[in-house]
Ligand binder design. Structure first.
Ligand code: AN7
Length: 350
């Protein structure tokens, strides 16, 4: 069967009917990659759900195909979002494909280069706000409540509907739900969506159990862990530099209903996991994505997994090419030498 995107594949679980005109870039169907290296460390079978391989390079495409499809169906002419980068890249691409005007508010100076390039080339109206993501989202909420512009942040329930399909794919691949699911948490839409997906699959009889949900925030932007709004969130993982998550309550529900946890990881732990993924598994992700792996390594060290066996899935939310500056900053510069055989052989150690 030709893959035609998540709505076609999972339409029985989604708010569409036969006359819905689907806006898709054939998102989804991302690989679930086993990690031998991490399985050895953790003591469970670790799988990486590599969402960086979606059309715009992040998991946001799953929600955006749904949100833009519904915006079109409902007659919207324009959409708007606040974004730490990936939502704006995705909204811009799906809007371009469906001739919608797209307006994005980004925190000035705090989005990765690749994401900015995407929003710009897809012709979104990009406005950098002198504030953080939370300030930008407040503005977008106010504007979309007063003017005929559709909000496509994950407060839009269609976004969650689309994003839940990642759980379906995991269960389809593993033939059941995993024991654990680890995931980065920013605005908390994705953990909400995965949990909804796992529950719906179990209710429909496609799986026999539910995973424990393990969410990870960056230590400098960990409102849910601290139990209070962080006014000035700080982390090099700019995708999750969020101090007041929109889906705070539903993330707590996912944590509590599943018997899981939401913890924090430091920027150093994120960078360590980011390098491990690239250098041991050959998987290049953006820093925020590495929070899930940093988190399970942290939990393993505390003995958390000792009495468990089975499968654990880590969502890797975005591609490493989104943020090339971080990669280059964290690795030694390449040497520059004369175009001379002896010099090059000497450098290689031959
Ligand atoms: C790579 O693009 O919030 O907890 O505006 O880009 O569902 O917010 C991005 C979030 C994790 C956190 N990893 O997901 C945005 C935005 C990456 C991300 C998250 C984001 P949520």
């Amino acid at each position: 069967m030709i893959w035609r995107g998540i709505i076609n594949k999972y339409r029985e679980f989604l708010p569409v009917n036969d006359s819905t005109d689907i806006v898709t870039l054939n998102e989804g169907n991302t690989p679930l990659i086993p990690s031998e290296y991490l399985s050895d460390i953790i003591g469970l079978n670790v799988f990486l759900k590599y969402e960086g391989l979606n059309p715009t390079g992040s998991f946001k495409d799953r929600g955006m195909t749904m949100a833009i499809t519904k915006a079109k169906e409902e007659g919207a002419k324009a959409v708007m979002c606040a974004s730490t980068g990936n939502t704006s890249a995705s909204a811009a691409a799906y809007s371009a494909r469906s001739s919608l005007k797209c307006i994005v508010l980004i925190p000035d100076g705090n989005i990765a280069l690749g994401k900015l390039a995407q929003a710009m080339i897809h012709n979104a109206q990009v406005i950098a706000v002198q504030g953080n993501f939370d300030d930008a989202l407040n503005l977008v909420k106010e504007i979309t409540s007063k003017y005929p512009i559709a909000l496509v942040n994950s407060l839009n329930p269609y976004r969650i509907e689309g994003q839940k399909t990642a759980s379906f794919e995991i269960c389809d691949s593993l033939k059941d739900a995993p024991e654990f699911h680890a995931i980065p948490v920013g605005n908390a839409g994705n953990i909400t969506a995965y949990w909804k997906g796992y529950k719906e699959y179990k209710e429909s009889g496609k799986t026999s159990k539910l995973p424990k949900m393990l969410g990870f925030q960056a230590a400098g932007a960990a409102p849910i862990v601290k139990g209070r709004i962080v006014e000035k969130p700080e982390t090099l993982a700019t995708a999750i530099r969020i101090g007041n998550p929109a889906s705070w309550k539903s993330a707590e529900a996912a944590r509590d209903e599943s018997g899981g946890l939401i913890d924090s990881v430091t920027d150093d732990q994120i960078i360590e996991a980011y390098k491990l993924l690239a250098q041991k598994d050959g998987v290049f992700v953006e820093p925020a994505s590495a929070a899930s792996v940093a988190g399970i390594i942290k939990l393993q060290k505390s003995g958390y997994f000792q009495s468990f066996s089975g499968n654990i899935v880590c969502t890797l939310t975005g591609h490493g090419l989104k943020d090339p500056n971080i990669a280059i900053k964290n690795i030694k510069d390449p040497v520059t030498l004369k175009a001379d055989l002896k010099t090059i052989l000497n450098e290689i150690g031959l």
